[in-house]
Design a protein around this ligand. Structure first.
Ligand SMILES: Cc1cc2nc3c(=O)[nH]c(=O)nc-3n(C[C@H](O)[C@H](O)[C@H](O)COP(=O)(O)OP(=O)(O)OC[C@H]3O[C@@H](n4cnc5c(N)ncnc54)[C@H](O)[C@@H]3O)c2cc1C
Length: 495
């Protein structure tokens, strides 16, 4: 019997938010996760993801390091053909931080790319990047040349094609999801055909793959837009939670504001009553920008405080005071855009292998924010889950992706819970998630697909009205259903 305990925690310094993921898994089989570098492990391997709750048997896990050219194309075609002839699933993943097996092919071939090639084209303000490159590698390439990713998630550990495939958003404003910053990409279809897609060329495939969770094709490389790096300075504003949408909207409309996010207080007694808005504007001096660093010392203090909140209302209040009062008074001050987004998933030992941190995310329109607050107050404190954090982001309308979660401009609420790794806690989390989704959907809101597979099928179908069409098109493109993951097996296949 092999037992692996793995804990990873993320603390978002620049966005003053934190997440953590703990995994404990016991199995007779060897255990892999997204960071494991194993070539051709024996059959009977189990793969897990950041939740630690998705252990799934796979056939094999390949790490491919070739550049995105002929050798990689040949390798992918060979593996796709082999999977097709054996009637096995095939999936490419990156950091496997999606939390519901969205990057795990049951009994199939799992591929991870290990190649961080980035080629900058300053004239067109874009870069060509290997699909498997992590954002830390992108920032390392762009920063010395004065450039910065236009949109990426709040953490730098994730893969670029993975970001496109979930159509992730970040907190630079006033942008929509990352897919809108991709100018073109090359992808191998389940048939083995190599296609170039962009908003102009094979646009149907482009829009299907954007937020298509790897079910459309294997992305090889992408051409992505970039912006200038900049020196920024933050301002902090505390307000009643109900006042947040108007203040946020005003901030987004102010041209000087280039990064913005919010937070809500999480103490049970006054849950979601207060909001904090943090905005970043360019300073007058944009000369001699320092190299991108990671998080500042305030973020490290915040990360320690984050853990102490578990089951401790006093510490939740202290953390809120720290971030609304002490932090702004003595905070980090000026910082570059690249340093703010160059935040890694930090490993912390929380000395508790029995818990895992689970993310939820909801997208609500500005005028539905009050109803969202009420729904959260009704549903979340009544559960057994420990609520640790929420950050609020802006997501501009996305009319491109077939599975768009932002059919109007949205406030994104990224929530972090600490969950016991028990069946009881899992059942409670499922019940609470279903209830929250139901309430938020009543006002036109959406939930995000990369997290735990706790939504009901009818909820997914209602909230993502393009899903049935997506599934029909996928069946045409991939009649043998080679590209599969738990998102397909548990949901889309049944539409
Ligand atoms: C700590 C944390 C912070 C987060 N912050 C944010 C945030 O700020 N904003 C946000 O929007 N989301 C956020 N997320 C969600 C995150 O964006 C997704 O979970 C994302 O999938 C993580 O990237 P990854 O490299 O782990 O992807 P994986 O889980 O490895 O893959 C995700 C999907 O992409 C597909 N894929 C990967 N590579 C390819 C390829 N080459 N070709 C085709 N398909 C491919 C996979 O099949 C899978 O369906 C966060 C998640 C965590 C755990």
């Amino acid at each position: 019997m092999k037992s692996i305990t793995r804990r990873s925690a993320l603390v978002l310094g620049g966005a003053a938010a934190g997440w953590a993921a703990a995994r404990t898994f016991n199995s007779d089989l060897p255990v892999l996760d997204g960071t494991t570098r194993l070539d051709q492990p024996p059959t009977g391997t189990v793969m897990n993801d950041a939740s630690g709750l998705s252990s799934t048997p796979i056939h094999k896990h390949l790490v491919l390091s070739e550049n995105a050219d002929d050798a990689l194309i040949a390798a992918i075609r060979k593996e796709l053909a082999e999977a097709a002839s054996a009637n096995r699933a095939f999936n490419v993943g990156a950091a496997r931080h999606s939390m519901g097996g969205q990057a795990i092919p049951r009994d199939g071939t799992a591929v991870t790319f290990d190649n961080g090639t980035v080629e900058i084209d300053s004239a067109s303000q874009s870069y060509r990047v290997h699909a498997g490159a992590r954002w830390s590698q992108v920032i390392a390439a762009l920063d010395p040349n004065g450039w910065s990713p236009t949109v990426m998630q709040s953490n730098n550990d994730f893969g670029v094609a993975a970001t496109f495939s979930v159509n992730a958003h970040g907190w630079p404003v006033p942008y929509g999801p990352m897919g809108a910053t991709v100018r073109s990409l090359r992808m191998i279809l389940p048939s083995g055909d190599l296609v170039t897609c962009s908003p102009e060329q094979n646009a149907d495939l482009f829009n299907m793959a954007m937020g298509g969770y790897g079910l459309v094709g294997v992305i090889l490389d992408l051409e992505v837009g970039m912006v200038s790096n900049a020196r920024l300075v933050p301002t902090f504003e505390t307000m009643a939670a109900s006042a947040f949408p108007a203040a946020f909207q005003a901030a987004i409309e102010e041209p000087a504001v280039t990064m913005a996010y919010g937070r809500l207080n999480v103490e049970r007694a006054s849950f979601f009553e207060q909001a904090l808005l943090i905005t970043y504007r360019q300073t007058d001096d944009q000369t001699a920008l320092p190299p991108a660093s990671g998080s500042g010392w305030m973020s490290h203090v915040a990360s320690r405080l984050y853990r102490t909140q578990l089951g401790n209302e006093t510490m939740k209040s202290f953390r809120w005071w720290n971030e609304t009062t002490l932090g702004p008074a003595i905070g980090d001050g000026e910082v570059t855009r690249n340093s703010l987004i160059n935040e890694p998933v930090v490993t912390l030992d929380d000395r508790n292998p029995d818990r895992t941190d689970i993310l939820h995310e909801y997208f609500v329109s500005f005028d539905a924010f009050d109803a969202f607050l009420t729904a959260c107050r009704d549903v979340i404190p009544a559960s057994y889950q420990e609520f640790l954090n929420v950050t609020l982001r802006y997501v501009a309308q996305d009319d491109q992706s077939d599975l768009s979660y932002a059919t109007t401009p949205r406030i994104a609420a990224v929530m972090s819970f600490s969950q016991e790794m028990t069946e009881r806690a899992e059942a409670d989390m499922r019940r609470m998630t279903e209830a929250l989704i139901e309430r938020i959907a009543q006002d036109g809101g959406a939930y995000y697909l990369p997290y735990r597979p706790h939504a009901r099928l009818d909820q997914l179908a209602r909230i993502y009205p393009g899903a049935a069409n997506f599934t029909a098109n996928k069946r045409e493109l991939d009649p043998q259903l080679i590209l599969r993951s738990n998102l397909w097996d548990s949901y889309l296949e049944q539409l």
